[in-house]
Design a protein around this ligand. Sequence first.
Ligand SMILES: Cc1ncc(C[n+]2csc(CCOP(=O)(O)OP(=O)(O)O)c2C)c(N)n1
Ligand SMILES: [Mg+2]
Length: 312
Amino acid sequence: MVDTKYTRFFNIASENIIRDSDVFNGYQLVDCELLALIDLCAEELHNSVLSAVAIQSDIALATEYLSNTLRSRKWRIDQNHPWWKELTAKAEQNKQSVHRMSMNISVPLNYYTVFKHIQDVIPKDCIICSEGANTMDIGRTILLNNLPRHRLDAGTFGTMGVGLGFAIAAALYCKDNAPKKRVICVEGDSAFGFSGMEIETMFRYKLPVIIIIINNNGIYSGFDNETFKQIQASGEPTQVTPPYSLTSETHYEKLMEMFGRKGYFCTTVEDIQQALKLSLKVMDSPSLINIMINPQADRKKQQFNWLTESKL
Ligand SMILES: Cc1ncc(C[n+]2csc(CCOP(=O)(O)OP(=O)(O)O)c2C)c(N)n1
Ligand SMILES: [Mg+2]
């Protein structure tokens, strides 16, 4: 049962708004950019695009309510319906293309391969803090959470600079409440730059956060070493260096040496596995794993622009 005190239904004209006829015969509900949004925070409703149905609720309560209601109305999906067939075919296609990319271990690595091999090794109850553009967006789809309140990332407005602070707060929580739980902080190289010196705080408080930098020499993408050098040699650096590109192959892992420890610079899947294995043993300081990927690596092609376009 849904506790109506905590579940508020916005813009549902009547209890009967979701009928199978609405979904299947007209364009009323299907032909909109976002069919339904369920979110705990009222300010998130309609924040991205206008949704046909916006529900402020705990997701567990809302889905339970929806499935009970649909069941009581004996609503069912005809598995041969074109809408359902198209949806399942598309889901399968997506799964296969992600699988194909994540199995490609050729160097320089791509995002999907890196995340798959991180996901394979990290504890399933860890807290994941993450920020970046591609790093955060692709990471959300592969680095999964089984438990609630175990992901802290830059959220709707994508503000960079919050990742290490989040990781420190999460690690302090773990220290007192769940000493065996690990905090994994997955940062794009640009995102890391915003508050990277918080690593000093992690050393000071002996917090065993594992910082993983996904290094593509830039924001969304960058240049390989050679191209970057050529660009810089072509004129005044402030004029010729594109604002989205960062210094190529920066050895962020050397920050660890300021505190007398060693970080890891990884280019292959084996490097990543070894670095993670060793980092998971360290309990008295942060670890830093700097993973070089292909600076031109990109996300899987998106069909809908509204998934990625800026709202500002
Ligand atoms: C405070 C702030 N400044 C600037 C931005 C613009 N911005 C969005 S994502 C991003 C960094 C993305 O690059 P990176 O972290 O390297 O991730 P990548 O996409 O390369 O994987 C920046 C600077 C922002 N979101 N917040
Ligand atoms: Mg980057």
